[in-house]
Design a protein around this ligand. Structure first.
Ligand code: FE2
Length: 265
């Protein structure tokens, strides 16, 4: 099966780019299953239900989140019923929603897919449960499935170290959160497909998808207003295509994905 994994959607530019480009991208890449990180989709932080549905409508099968998972607090009202949404698994307490979600095999006769979202610990503000222990619980919960991990974290080395730990347990470990696509896609020891960061779905002329002028005001003058997603004439969709053996889950093929499209007019 062929999985397409796309990086953080930042604001309207990312949403429009998904709507305009994902259907043809999915077809061109012959992707059987698409995972999109949506934690910055709604005005740069968090996710409204309307935008969750836009991402699915564009062709995603699963939407993952991250440290901004409840930046739009009304998510607490609808996420329990969102059957394709995965929030970080290793949050403290017992928040609504799920941190691992099982999907029926995209191809007939294959094993089910389980997508898990984890928050990293280095340089992150959130207090979380140990991501490794949390992942092991996911493997115990779904012992016969092929495991895909969106490891949402700042630290590059933390992401790769997690992938090494997960060898043989996770077929795919991809990082999100930095909005900068890395050039290190690889299959680690012929067992786990890995990429440090999937990158950005949004306006790449900004700073990680945001308006640099607003960001400068925040940094230099302490402007308390939120970061502002940039939307110009063109946007990018960045991510990774991974082909897996349907039965063993072993990665067979990787392809970096970077698609641009006009979003004005
Ligand atoms: Fe994030």
């Amino acid at each position: 099966m062929r999985l397409l994994l796309l990086g953080d959607v930042v604001g309207e530019a990312g949403l429009v780019a998904l709507e305009r480009q994902l259907p043809s991208l999915r077809e061109r890449l012959c992707a059987d299953f698409v995972v999109v990180n949506g934690e910055n989709a709604s005005f740069g932080a968090g996710l409204f239900e309307r935008d969750y549905r836009r991402i699915l409508g564009a062709g995603a099968d699963c939407v993952t989140l991250g440290n901004h998972w409840k930046a739009k607090p009304d998510i607490l009202d609808w996420m329990e019923d969102a059957d394709r949404l995965v929030r970080p698994r290793n949050l403290l307490g017992d928040p609504p929603g799920v941190g691992s979600l099982e999907f029926v095999p995209p191809l007939e006769g294959g094993r089910s897919l389980v997508v898990t979202n984890l928050l990293g610990t280095a340089f992150m503000r959130e207090q979380v449960v140990d991501p490794w222990q949390s992942f092991l619980e996911a493997v115990d919960e779904f012992p016969d499935s092929i495991h895909i991990v969106d490891y949402h974290a700042e630290s590059t080395s933390e992401k790769k170290l997690f992938a090494y730990q997960a060898l043989g347990r996770a077929s795919v470990v991809v990082g999100t959160h930095t909005h900068v696509k890395t050039d290190d896609a690889q299959v680690i020891r012929e067992r786990t497909a890995f990429l440090t960061d999937l990158g950005l779905c949004g306006d790449e002329s900004g700073v990680i998808g945001f308006d640099p002028e607003r960001s400068l005001k925040k940094v230099r003058e302490g402007d308390p207003s939120p970061f502002l997603p940039l939307i110009g004439a063109e946007a990018v969709l960045e991510g990774l295509l991974v082909e897996l053996d349907d039965w063993t889950g072993v990665p067979l093929y990787l392809e970096d994905v970077k698609a641009r499209c006009r979003i004005d007019g």
